[in-house]
Design a protein around this ligand. Structure first.
Ligand SMILES: CC(C)(COP(=O)(O)OP(=O)(O)OC[C@H]1O[C@@H](n2cnc3c(N)ncnc32)[C@H](O)[C@@H]1OP(=O)(O)O)[C@@H](O)C(=O)NCCC(=O)NCCS
Length: 157
């Protein structure tokens, strides 16, 4: 990892193929949607979605997508508006090098910039779960589940 050249970039016509080529390990495919599906969702959801390439030097090493100002569960509480991490995919051969941590920190900065104080995320429990990754970054469990996934939150201070 080259910390001086590590950055998030918008997904453009130029980097589209490289971003779509980001694939997690086959054994992790149940944990996160393929990048191309996330980009399609970003197209459909407009301003609520913030898709970004994780780029190190000239190489796209991952993909992250934040969500902004989403009513979490309209039937339960229409005033419960949340923002956070929607997707995070670090390429199989690039995991364990700090890219995931960087992506979470970069999304945290973007949320702070927008005046948001808490970052929500959901993750798949069970085999291969990224739960230790998120707990290690300071997330805590909210005690909720969403569509069978565990809900975590990080206070941005
Ligand atoms: C989870 C994921 C995003 C982590 O990205 P990464 O770049 O490998 O993680 P980092 O290198 O930044 O790791 C940061 C820390 O978390 C730890 N960590 C990362 N993944 C972990 C895991 N699955 N279990 C336990 N610890 C983990 C690292 O060891 C590191 O710890 P350290 O600070 O003590 O060195 C990546 O493994 C991935 O894309 N997984 C498949 C898809 C997925 O589950 N995405 C999340 C959807 S909610």
């Amino acid at each position: 990892m080259n910390s001086t050249s590590l950055r998030l970039e918008p997904v453009t016509a130029e980097n589209f193929d490289a971003v779509c080529a980001v694939r997690v390990h086959p054994r992790q495919e149940h944990l996160v949607s393929p990048v191309v599906k996330s980009l399609a969702e970003a197209y459909v959801h407009g301003a609520a979605a913030w898709p970004r390439a994780v780029v190190d030097g000239e190489e796209v090493v991952g993909f992250v997508m934040a969500f902004f100002d989403v009513v979490w569960n309209p039937a339960v509480d229409p005033s419960d508006v949340r923002s956070g991490l929607w997707r995070l995919n670090v390429a199989a051969g690039r995991q364990g090098k700090g890219y995931g941590r960087f992506a979470v920190q970069a999304v945290s900065e973007e949320l702070r910039r927008r005046g948001v104080g808490r970052l929500h995320v959901t993750w798949e429990p069970g085999e291969g779960t990224p739960e230790p990754f998120y707990l290690g970054l300071g997330f805590r469990l909210t005690g909720e589940t969403s569509g069978g996934q565990t809900v975590g939150v990080l206070d941005l201070g």
